[in-house]
Design a protein around this ligand. Structure first.
Ligand SMILES: CC(C)(COP(=O)(O)OP(=O)(O)OC[C@H]1O[C@@H](n2cnc3c(N)ncnc32)[C@H](O)[C@@H]1OP(=O)(O)O)[C@@H](O)C(=O)NCCC(=O)NCCS
Length: 174
């Protein structure tokens, strides 16, 4: 378990399946996220049961609000390799009514601090659709900078969108 100011990051359990399934079926939540093949709730539960425990290469945490213990989202550091000191980050707050309360910012900072201090990473990278202004703002505020633009690399509702690739080096977390 990793403690932030507003959130605590903890391993997922099969009993979290209902939340994940609900979030993945909410068009507002998945608007700027990679499309996935529809899954029945029971399949999500089985996927969580079969999931390997967290490891250096793939650390997935549920984001819990410290004030009431509610699971509000997910954050993940994946593809980490000690040889390169680099990893990729994914983040989302699935509970819409919790948007705007600082949970994403705190979970992002907490996970980056964990990556730099405990995993001894040198760099964390991510991709965000250029139109996803809230997420882009949260990443910039924490210290991520744009490093490139992936042209027309995200497709939604008949339209192509660009994505920013963003990166943060150790020492740049704000
Ligand atoms: C984007 C997301 C992660 C933000 O989570 P959150 O918990 O609401 O974020 P926070 O409360 O920590 O901060 C939100 C910030 O964005 C700002 N913001 C909100 N809407 C915005 C917009 N349309 N344009 C610019 N900034 C915006 C807020 O003012 C706030 O800024 P502040 O901290 O300087 O006051 C969340 O809405 C989400 O998960 N959305 C769906 C999935 C997603 O897009 N994930 C990211 C994929 S890369």
């Amino acid at each position: 378990m990793v403690l932030g100011e507003l959130v605590r990051l903890r391993a997922l359990a099969p009993s979290d399946a209902e939340s994940l399934w609900r979030w993945n079926n909410d068009p507002d939540v998945v608007r700027w996220m990679d499309a996935y093949y529809d899954q029945h709730l029971e399949s999500v539960r089985k996927r969580l049961e079969a999931r390997e425990p967290n490891s250096y290469a793939d650390t997935l945490y549920g984001i819990e609000a410290r004030k009431d213990g509610a699971l509000v989202g997910l954050v993940r550091l994946r593809d980490a390799r000690p040889e390169s000191g680099c990893a990729e980050l994914d983040l989302y707050i699935g509970e819409k009514d919790r948007w705007g309360h600082g949970y994403a910012s705190d979970a992002l900072r907490t996970m980056c601090r964990y990556g730099f201090d405990s995993m001894r990473l040198h760099k964390i990278s991510l991709a965000v659709v250029t139109e996803n202004h809230a997420a882009h703002h949260v990443y910039r505020k924490a210290g991520f900078v744009e490093e490139g633009r992936l042209r027309q690399s995200f497709h939604r509702d008949g339209r192509w969108y660009d994505q920013f690739t963003m990166g943060m080096l150790e020492g740049e977390l704000r």
